[in-house]
Design a binder for this molecule. Structure first.
Ligand code: ATP
Ligand code: MG
Length: 778
């Protein structure tokens, strides 16, 4: 109890720093988060009350991990600490004090999807939906709010007129429904900070405020932590300017660099030893980040000398890429005894997960998509939550509109229009108007619609009784799904999609059961709802990743680490993404991409695998992509090039913008690589050969088979192994030796005849593909 983890002298200095501002500015994997956790443990050991410590992290997952580590160090005291994201922390403060500024304590949090829905309804209502999308409007609103500006005060520029028309309506609707959007969570706490009564209380509330990933705080968040640490002055921030990847959301890395200006007596600690990654991975990441100008130079080093070379695999298409990754995952499990949980697949854009998920399923690999908005944004989940919200807030018109006829119960557009008209005239909310309609008070409604409305009202009132009777959250959800007719409705449809929806609802029930257990049945529906809303803020992860491969965007991977990392879609245009950001300069955008690459690569502890696809379906069309320029930055000695499937001849001479054919460029690159030292000689010779048209004509080469095999659907990992040609040399699982790579175990074999290749895990050098004829049984 109350012990500290192992620390180096610099880390210890930060951990044991006394009172006053403290900044830890250091590169990836140097133990910044470890310092933060241990500093908290140290403070509590020194007598600081756990409840007086506030630690802010960037994602829910990071918060869960931090709490877990503190539980190990401090025991139950960790439970009393304030650990959470900015959003979660602010939600908690608002539950306590929001009433002071007119926000009821059971307010609802609207996530981005709710926000867009409301904006969309408002735009339609004004006939403006053909001029601007709800998404664009939401982005505009966020941009102002991220800077701490009221959209109404700030919006005056060209193109802001629609914003000025819609925003007040949006704001009013939120107020009417006792709801706040994500940005409001923070802004309302700033408003509280200005309150003469609560403001000083908040400024003194925490003895110590600690912020992880400080380089990604925006102006509003920075103001907030300044206020919360104002009285005691104990603000500890840790960060890395090279990992600032949220400027598009208003993050201001200058917060980190200028911290010393705002706090002149700051103690600054720099950490240089990386404890996470091998030298190879670190060299590669350092070479990439070295591209950027205007950065704090950091000398990162590691004691984990050498390490597995970084693997680079080029595939024909995104499907082949995903197939390769799935097989490599299987291979690493069987060859190295790694678990799925050891591995993560990172990508630049969310859309890339689809192809990956498909292959994960095909190869029967357990996986979990983090930051996947899909679960909580799914229609059935949203619908169910809308029922629950309507129970809590009868005035939640947006929820009413969402579910009054879901599942379909014959309440048509006209009926709803009449209810709406009545509500407007009587100045009441829609649910109240529906009740009036059910009673027969809405004149225009005939008997049929009236009965249907009455049935709907009965459902809601019945559920309200269940709630009042003290049902657990899980029970309430079950009752909702039953009484609303939702389950029956889906069951009747009996389509794969409907069945999917049913299992999602089952998942929601089990989440609610977890919640009930965790809170000893004391947790309220309001709390559950708030938690669900916050899960969809930055990441949707609840920290559970047991036994599954993690799939996520690079953004969501910040601060995490995995023994094995696959970084896919390494293609110019995709990563770096060359889309210009509005209002930003291209150079800045490129530097942010470089930082993203640095973040991605430094998540890996032991193995890093990079992959790109020559063609990819983007925006509905097939594009031919060049390998990412980031690949060229990786120093030669860090990289091993794995087998490249032969390009189909027809595509080999497609022109590229620079006038060269990509395959020629490939040849040049590969030729360069083959000059890079004996270790890869043979491998490169072979891949070089792949580009020779004559090679394709050689039926015996088997290289054509390689391409064909990759396109064969429906093979599982198990069958792949079974598919090894008997009598054609070593089989999967056998030990072989190779002149340059030493001994290793065969994981997989492909092709036949002279072109037969083996994927071998060599004891000294890691995964390699070599021609079968160059190995001998060991
Ligand atoms: P990032 O920049 O990615 O957020 P970080 O600087 O926060 O990284 P941590 O995640 O705290 O780094 O630490 C990286 C890894 O190194 C962790 O596995 C951590 O346990 C380990 N580590 C940190 N310091 C030490 C140490 N002194 N001795 C042994 N292991 C350490
Ligand atoms: Mg960290």
């Amino acid at each position: 109890m109350h012990r500290l983890e192992q620390l180096n002298p610099e880390q210890r200095r930060a951990v044991e720093h006394g009172d006053g501002p403290l900044m830890v500015l250091a590169g990836a994997g140097t133990g910044k988060t470890r310092v933060l956790v241990n500093r908290i443990a140290f403070l509590v050991r020194r007598g600081v009350q756990a409840r007086d410590v506030l630690a802010v992290t960037f994602t829910n997952k990071a918060a869960a991990e931090m709490r877990e580590r503190l539980r190990e160090l401090l025991g139950v005291a960790a439970q009393r600490m304030w650990i959470g994201t900015f959003h979660a922390t602010c939600a908690r403060l608002l539950r306590l004090h929001g009433e002071r500024i007119g926000l009821p304590s059971d307010f609802t949090i609207f996530d981005d999807d709710d926000q867009r829905r409301i904006l969309s309804t408002l735009l339609k209502g004004k006939g403006l939906d053909d001029q601007v999308t709800a998404r664009t409007l939401a982005t505009q609103i966020d941009r102002y709010k991220n800077r701490g500006e009221d959209p109404m005060d700030a919006a005056g520029g060209w193109g802001d007129d629609i914003l000025r028309e819609i925003y007040p309506l949006y704001r009013d609707q939120l107020a009417r429904e006792s709801a706040v959007d994500f940005n409001d969570l923070l802004l309302k706490v700033l408003e509280l900070a200005r309150d003469e009564e609560v403001g000083p209380h908040l400024a003194a509330r925490f003895r110590h405020v600690l912020v992880d990933e400080f380089q990604d705080t925006n102006r509003v968040q920075y103001r907030l932590v300044r206020h919360l640490s104002q009285v005691h002055g104990n603000l500890c921030v840790v960060g890395d300017d090279d990992q600032s990847i949220y400027s598009w959301r208003g993050a201001e890395p200058r917060n980190l660099l200028d911290f010393g200006r705002d706090y002149p007596d700051t103690a600054v600690v720099k950490l240089e030893q990386n404890y996470r990654s091998t030298q190879v991975i670190l060299d590669a990441a350092n070479a990439v980040i070295a591209q950027n100008r205007d950065r704090h130079e950091k000398a990162l080093w590691t004691e984990i000398a050498g390490g597995e070379p970084i693997l680079w695999e080029e595939s024909d298409s995104e499907r082949d890429e995903a197939d390769f990754i799935a097989r490599a995952i299987k291979g690493l499990v069987s060859a190295e005894g790694r678990t799925y949980a050891d591995m993560a697949v990172l990508y630049r854009t969310r859309a890339q997960s689809r192809a990956l998920e498909e292959q994960m399923r095909r190869y029967d690999i357990d996986y979990r998509v983090v930051g996947d908005i899909s679960f909580f944004q799914r229609r059935e989940i949203k619908d169910t939550l809308a029922y629950l919200r309507l129970l809590l807030h009868p005035n939640a018109d947006s929820c009413f509109e969402r579910i009054v006829n879901v599942p379909t119960r014959g309440i048509g557009k006209t009926t709803i229009e009449r209810v709406r008209g009545y509500a407007r005239r009587a100045n009441i909310d829609l649910y109240e108007a529906a009740r009036a309609g059910a009673r027969g008070d809405v004149g225009a409604l005939s008997a049929g619609p009236r009965k249907k409305l009455a049935a709907f009202v009965d459902i809601i009132e019945g559920l309200r009784d269940v709630l009042a009777a003290g049902a657990s959250v899980a029970e309430l959800i079950i009752q909702t799904v039953e009484r609303s007719g939702y389950r029956e409705w889906l069951e009747k449809q009996d389509t794969p999609e409907a069945n999917d929806r049913l299992s999602n609802l089952a998942e929601l029930v089990s989440m609610a059961s977890d919640f009930d257990d965790e809170t000893d049945g004391e947790g309220t529906l309001v709390e559950f709802d708030a938690r669900v809303s916050l899960w969809s803020s930055v990441d949707t992860s609840d920290g559970r990743s047991d036994g599954a491969v993690t799939l996520m965007t690079i953004h969501a991977a910040k601060g995490l680490e995995f023994p094995v990392v696959f970084l896919c879609g390494m293609e110019d245009g995709l990563f770096p993404s060359l889309r210009e950001r509005e209002g930003g300069d291209l150079m800045d955008a490129m530097e942010e991409e470089v930082r993203l690459a640095y973040v991605a690569m430094t998540r890996a502890r032991e193995r890093l695998v990079l992959s790109n696809a020559r063609t990819r379906r983007q925006w509905g069309e097939i594009r031919i992509n060049q390998p990412s320029r980031f690949l060229d930055l990786v120093p030669d000695h860090c990289m091993a090039v794995r087998a490249r499937p032969a390009p189909r001849p027809v595509r080999s001479y497609l022109p590229e913008p620079g006038g060269r054919s990509w395959s020629r460029r490939g040849q040049r690159q590969r030729a360069d690589r083959s000059a890079r030292g004996a270790q890869y000689d043979e491998l490169d010779q072979r891949t070089y050969d792949d580009d020779m048209p004559v090679y394709h004509a050689d039926a015996e080469s088997g290289v054509g088979d390689e391409g064909g095999r990759r396109r064969t659907p429906g093979r599982s990992g198990a069958r792949l192994r079974a598919g090894v040609d008997a009598g054609d040399g070593p089989e999967a699982g056998s030990m072989v030796s190779h002149a340059s790579f030493g001994t290793g175990r065969v994981l997989e074999s492909t092709g036949s005849g002279k072109g037969r290749r083996l994927l071998i895990d060599f004891a000294g050098v890691g995964l390699k593909t070599v021609l079968a004829r160059f190995v001998e049984p060991a």
